[in-house]
Design a protein around this ligand. Sequence first.
Ligand code: GDP
Length: 688
Amino acid sequence: MPRTVDIGRVRNIGIMAHIDAGKTTTTERILFFAGVIHRMGEVHEGTAVMDYMEQERERGITITSAATTCFWRDYQINIIDTPGHVDFTAEVQRSLRVLDGAVALFDAVAGVEPQSETVWRQADEYNVPRIAYINKMDRMGADFKRVIEMMREQLAARPIALQMPIGSGDEFEGLIDIFRMKAFLFKDGQSGVETIEAEIPENLLKEASELRTELVEAAIENDDELMEQYLNGEEIGEDVLKSAIRQGVITNRFTAIFCGSSFKNKGVQLLLDAIVDYLPSPEDVGVIEGFDVEDESKVLKRMPLDDEPFSGLAFKILTDQFVGKLVFTRIYSGSLKSGDAVLNTISGKKERVNRLLKMHANRREEIQEAFAGDIVAIPGLRVTRTGDTLCDQKNPVIFEKIQFAEPVINQSIEARTLAEQDKLIEALIKLTEEDPTFRYRNDEESGQVIISGVGELHLEIIVDRLKREFGISTKAGKPQVAYRETITETVTHEETLERQVGAKTQFARVILELFPNERGKGFSFDNQTTAEIIPLQFVSAVEEGARESFGVGAVAGYPVIDVGVRLIGGSFDPANSNELAFKIASSLAIKEAIRKASPVVLEPAFKVEVTVPNDYLGDVVADLSSRRGKIEGISQRNILQVVTSTVPLSEMFGYVTQLRSITQGRGSYNMTFSHYEPAIVKASNGYF
Ligand code: GDP
């Protein structure tokens, strides 16, 4: 079956916004105008379609990245949901990786808010072309020009207006389309859906003309021929100008600005036009680079063409109530038919694609084939996890593996009844499949289940989901920083296991060397013996025993990281040695060796970037220092100062409130995991 929508008519977009800027409302209106929603629901009534999970409606934040397909003017728009909370930046990065363009949404009163800054910078990093939509123009205090100014100053963006509002607040009556130099007046009445084309009001003509000049000059600045035409006073044709503007947006030379009031249905259709007109198609984005499976330094290219070998990236896993596990996949090249077998290059396993679904806001559509540039949901995959590459078996490729945040906060949870304990584990398994930054484990000593995540809110939401989606009430302990342990010296240890088990003797002897590995390198194992000394199947048992023993450290029982193990000697006895004996010997050896190698506790340190006006700089730096923060640099970003530092996570609890109070609400910050470092003081249960 051939494709129904030409690749040039596909838009894979995300909407990036600070919480409360109106992302849910805008998405809902987009889907409504695109003909999907037949009954318009308001967010506060809790019928927003993009929100997968009940709790999101209550909290008013959108956490998961799902994808919804809709149509506008013969174009297929796939909206990939990007989460808005700072705790979920891993999800934000993951969605930025698979979309081709984005709408950056701002509240016309609040302007550029801290989270918009963080996401904006990530979009810069991934080179995502953007248009901006200044929402809530109907609010008292809405200020279009101020938001543009803030974008320039705080985001170092180059905003170019393609619209300007006619009035604001209660008097937000229409828009001026700077490209066509026409006014669009909103028709009176409740819905405000209709817009009437009109001439630009006399009093705004001068300002509109100035913006038009700015637009034209920005659009053609790189095109000598057009520039010459323009300087000679010749008119530039509408189509030529439009494609020049499109080029400017796609190549990230500037950000085209639009505005409206989604809540009042004003400007949303024009925003849909802008998405189609100015944001790139997968074809515009062009070649996607991946790596060779055998050799990660070798770059492989994939073109967004249907007759290329199939390749795609699994970017989100969700458990659907009816269909079960769904793997949302972005197809970069080739096509995928239901019934195809594909290769998962991360796990090295084959997966069969039995069904393909396209997710619309209110229905699932079963499709037979999907093509380059599409986003599909695949049910029934066995091994695929978030971030994995799926591809043609004969043409393996790996797309850049997404780096996920380390889980640095632990919390103990218990099901309220014994009967629910098994259900709890089942639910936790599902949640780890969906979310690579979430982990759980059984703590053998306390018999508790420990969940780990990237932030306090992350775990709070997990506990909430357990209740709502899985019907399991749990008792949760206090969130704790996830400490680790490591060793600081190189030691050698010899261990001989010789014991009587029933009528048989078990024998194994190993000599292991333990040494500190570079921070972040994790566990490594190196066998320096020969098969005559220790046969290979016993070597694997030694490695397994070692790996398991690093789960519990010698100082306070935290997992041990960044240690290298060398198997340098030992012996076996053909009659009395087996794998179990070697595993136990290795395990005993490691425990003893760790104790001898001057173990220390490590704590997670975060890179904290604080942005403040100059007046508060001194106080902010002093406060960070009192939190054991190391100041790494202070730089100027437009009118603001940016302080970069690393601070132990345990010192960052309550920072939001503190920063707000020392800067009178003018400071903002973001933090990302940096590394583990030796702990000096442990906040919650004692000192080291
Ligand atoms: P999100 O957190 O970005 O998804 O924001 P929501 O769409 O949930 O909107 C947050 C609040 O702002 C809700 O109470 C909306 O009704 C309100 N809101 C959204 N868009 C507009 C708008 O254009 N004008 C006004 N006045 N309020 C809006």
